[in-house]
Write a protein that binds this ligand. Structure first.
Ligand code: ADP
Ligand code: ADP
Length: 224
């Protein structure tokens, strides 16, 4: 999917407490691109990610996926759109503690009343090096294994776009490096669009296109 954001603005609060978390951000992403967005704490990264993925709606501005303005969708339609087309990876993994790795991975499909494609599940978990860990609970896995489980969950519904919010923020540098190598490998081999939010310059530099955000203002780094 091709994504186009125009003049996305998000204002929280009113009067004295008014915060412009995002100020007229514009962005075009073609299917298969790998972008990073770097910025300090409080700069508006999460706000931008929530708007780009349709988890939240802007104060003003538009966002199209293949020409369709997704903010015109009703909440239920928008949530269905997200579940089918977008995968999310979080800093805290967000695995459900009482479910096994396998149950966590297939949960997005069950929510859509779909059955897993066993061949694809097998291929994904092999690629991610967790095929032998599927019957384990999250607390029985290392941090890196938990994040690799979460990556499988993000991919199981075969979305076009993956949004990763500080995917290595909770990992040591070795397992963080492994997770980044896997994400890059998946991006390259599967043709997914990958958008990574980070405050780590080394991770930002792994992307094809780098953006930075400062006080809610988004700009492309080294744009031609
Ligand atoms: P980052 O992800 O880069 O840390 P955020 O997008 O979370 O930045 O926040 C950007 C700004 O918006 C910050 O000043 C933050 O305090 C403010 N903000 C974020 N969410 C809310 C909210 N729900 N209500 C009020 N202010 C918010
Ligand atoms: P709904 O509540 O509208 O049914 P879901 O909770 O199913 O939507 O969320 C759809 C997608 O958005 C899921 O992939 C989920 O992981 C992700 N998601 C849900 N809440 C958040 C959040 N607060 N921040 C980031 N991603 C989220």
């Amino acid at each position: 999917m091709n994504i186009e954001a125009k003049e996305l603005t998000k204002i929280y609060g009113t009067g004295e407490g008014r915060v412009a978390a995002l100020d007229r951000a514009g962005l075009e992403i073609s299917q298969g691109e790998f972008l990073s967005i770097i910025g300090p704490s409080g700069s508006g990264k999460s706000t931008l990610l929530h708007l780009l993925s349709g988890l939240d709606r802007p104060t003003s501005g538009s966002l199209t996926y293949d020409g369709r303005n997704i903010y015109e969708l009703r909440d239920k339609e928008l949530s269905a759109f997200r579940r089918q087309r977008i995968g999310f990876i979080f800093q805290q993994f967000n695995l459900l503690p009482v479910l096994t790795a396998r149950e966590n991975i297939v949960m997005p499909l069950l929510l859509n009343k779909k059955q897993p494609d066993e061949g694809y599940l097998d291929q994904l978990t092999k690629l991610l090096g967790i095929r032998e860990r599927l019957s384990h609970l999250p607390h029985e896995l290392s941090g890196g294994q938990q994040q690799r489980t979460a990556i499988a969950r993000a991919l199981i519904a075969k979305p076009d776009v993956i949004f990763a919010d500080e995917p290595t923020g909770n990992l040591d540098s070795r397992s963080g490096g492994e997770v980044m190598d896997l994400l890059k490998n998946i991006w390259r081999s599967m043709g997914k669009t990958l958008v990574i939010i980070t405050h780590d310059k080394r991770i930002a530099q792994m992307a094809e296109r780098q953006f930075m955000i400062v006080d809610g203002v988004l700009s492309e780094v080294n744009a031609e």
